[in-house]
Design a protein around this ligand. Sequence first.
Ligand code: SAH
Length: 338
Amino acid sequence: MKHDVIDILRKERSLADAELRELLVSDDNELIAKLKSQAQEVAVSVFGHEIKSRGLIEISNYCKNNCLYCGIRAGNADVERYRLSAEEIWECCEQGDLLGFQTFVLQGGEDVRHTTEWIEMVVREIRRRWPEKAITLSLGERPDEDYERWFAAGADRYLLRHETANAEHYGRLHPEVMSFENRMRCLQTLKRIGYETGTGMMVGSPYQTVDDLVADLRFIERLQPQMIGIGPFVSHRDTPFAECASGSVETTLRLIAILRLMHPKANIPATTSLGTLAKDGREQGIMAGANVVMPNLSPVSQRKKYALYDNKICMDLEAAESRRAIEEQLAKLGYFLS
Ligand code: SAH
């Protein structure tokens, strides 16, 4: 493959399927080094050397769903379940505010006790107390009305990964009661309402092919989300996929780089799962074009219980320490945290 394919990708913000495929499997080290360095250059041209930070608050590990890959699936009886109270969530925000975070991300399993009204009340109070902050929700699939009411209460952004753009593959990762169509409906609704919308996929999930990843890139190209979160699949011991191999750090980095070249202005995080599989995974993500990190603001006492996969990092660092640790790592690369 000619190396000018990277220049074409950068200029046209797209490539043919066959070329995307080739970039994902190529063993031409120089080509791949060029892919990553061009992506990093584009990220710096858009964002400078600033990395945006989002304070992640894991509000509940109760979940009605049984996604085959996820450690907090309903069927996992070994999880000690917790649900933060409204006051605890606001305390996390308070902490985050003191540490300088401008965005709070409320993430959780699909907890049936999280009624429309309760989340609305929590969001409204955050909006009242911190009018300038961005409020991001990541609470899974809900009826349109919930998304509308939460937006009206002050939520600005919503993260809902599509997980895989191949409906058949989706069916192999999720129980029958869940559907690819509903996930798509949710994403369309979120965009229509006016949320800044984030989507993305796991890399190297069981049964995934290179063609599936190309389909993911095409799906994201059509959706044009403001945020794109991707990370390697990491197995969890108490799931049906316990024995499955984890995803590839290298493939994830190439996808981050390709996505950066296709979507220069998108917010793309260097995810915790990337940092879990490689010690310097998040730094490598930034060197491949990522521009966001999401330090954990959840209470340390509950954090271990929000184990989506095994060996998740930053389980016992206080929010301040984990922010400082990331800040130091970034400084070594010549970046600073927003
Ligand atoms: N219930 C919410 C939040 C899910 S957790 C929702 O459905 O959107 C956030 C993301 O973690 C998921 O979208 C999934 O992509 C990722 N995740 C879950 N289990 C994982 C695993 N075993 N390895 C890597 N990522 C995982």
